[in-house]
Design a protein around this ligand. Structure first.
Ligand SMILES: Cc1ncc(COP(=O)(O)O)c(C=O)c1O
Length: 383
């Protein structure tokens, strides 16, 4: 794949290496959103099927990305909404525990902490091993060892939001299934850029904000649940989630049945007329590019940077635990943080510092110039 910057409207003077913070909007998505705002001038143009058809198109595209049945996907406004929807339907084991990784993103952490209090389960935080730069293999091992017959839930991200470290979803899902634990995965920092297979990994629920690697808008997320959760209780009773919802003439023939699959978990007013067209365009474009091709593009793009960084003695995670779209460089004594911040600013490089790591995230809108500018800023910040 070639660089796709022409499909975005990024400021040509900046090097945007921060998709992990927020995606830039695609031109096609912007046009779709403008059209839908204009449609609001005249509501007569909005038909009954407009409330539902776009949702199905989005679910269909997303189902290809995560390898799930379309009916098992719901539209949510945020990851916390997704966590609450799922956790409300899980009972804790007696004297059980729930597992999370150290420095998990707060949305998942607070949700699970609260669930543990309610269900009288112990929250176990699995720390990475100390005194080693390559923590991937050992951290995954520690996670697997912590999952026992007493484990009610494992809630982990696909990749760590600060360092990009990849968790071994296949092995962890397998272990959860063996001990009867629910496996909840936060896909926000990789779904769309790194392949995932919810069924093969035995994932109970995959929760994902769309404003990063899915090129979507803020305030829109996607929830996948497996069939075990198809009969759960949703957070709210939206009329749109009932089987008769498309029949506007008889909505007060109150209908006890929900739409099948994950339909009951859609947030109220899920046919958000302004935001959904953005996500529809973005997901269609991801499927045109394909997720493996996006990951490969990032891999080729960062090759020179990786070589340069290892020459100066800063190591990355080994390949199996390394995500090419999101990774971090530890700020060691070799790299002066104050000077690095100054040089990033001078070079118009937009990146995040998370903890003691410089977080680098790339996508198909990045080009060699962005990498060259970053290498130069690092060179200028070394002692
Ligand atoms: C791993 C992860 N999960 C979730 C979110 C967003 O959470 P929410 O949808 O609750 O705002 C982020 C944002 O940075 C994140 O990195």
């Amino acid at each position: 794949m070639k660089c796709q910057k022409h499909l975005f409207s990024l400021d040509p003077h900046i090097h945007y290496l921060n998709c992990a913070y927020k995606t830039p909007l695609m031109k096609s998505a912007e046009e779709a959103a403008i059209k839908s705002i204009q449609r609001e001038r005249n509501p007569a143009e909005i038909s009954v099927s407009d409330f539902f058809s776009i949702q199905e198109e989005i679910k269909s595209s997303y189902s290809s990305i995560i390898k799930a049945a379309q009916s098992q996907i719901a539209l949510i406004p945020s990851t916390t909404y997704g966590f609450a929807s799922v956790l409300n339907n899980i009972k804790g084991k007696t004297n059980g525990n729930a597992i999370i990784v150290k420095e998990a993103f707060p949305s998942g952490y607070y949700s699970l902490e609260n669930w543990c209090k309610r269900e009288n389960n112990n929250l176990k935080i699995i720390h990475p091993p100390q005194n080693t730069r390559q923590v991937g293999e050992k951290w995954n091992e520690l996670l697997l060892d912590a999952i026992t017959n007493d484990t009610s839930i494992v809630l982990i991200p696909t990749v760590h939001w600060m360092s990009g470290l990849k968790f071994d979803l296949q092995s962890i899902g397998q272990k959860c299934a063996q001990v009867g634990a629910k496996f909840i995965v936060d896909g926000t920092q990789s779904v769309g850029a790194l392949p995932i297979d919810v069924e093969a990994y035995k994932i109970t629920a995959l929760i994902c904000a769309t404003y990063k690697w899915l090129f979507g808008p803020y305030s829109l997320g996607l929830l996948y649940v497996n069939e075990e959760l198809n009969h759960g209780t949703p957070l709210e009773e939206s009329w749109m989630n009932r089987k008769n919802a498309q029949n506007f003439r008889s909505l007060t023939d109150y209908e006890p049945a929900y739409t099948p699959g994950a339909g009951r978990y859609n947030v109220g007013q899920s046919s958000n007329f302004i935001l959904l067209p953005i996500l529809k365009e973005s997901l269609a474009q991801i499927n045109t590019w394909t997720v493996p091709a996006i990951q490969l593009y990032c891999k080729n793009l960062i090759q020179e940077l990786k070589e340069f960084v290892s020459e100066i003695g800063i190591s990355f995670e080994e390949e199996k635990y390394f995500a090419n779209h999101l990774f971090s460089m530890q700020l060691t004594s070799k790299l002066d943080e104050t000077r690095l911040k100054e040089n990033l600013e001078k070079g118009n490089l937009i990146l995040s510092i998370r903890g003691d790591h410089l977080r680098i995230s790339t996508n198909v809108f990045n080009a060699k110039e962005d990498m060259d500018a970053l290498i130069q800023a690092i060179k200028n910040s070394m002692d």
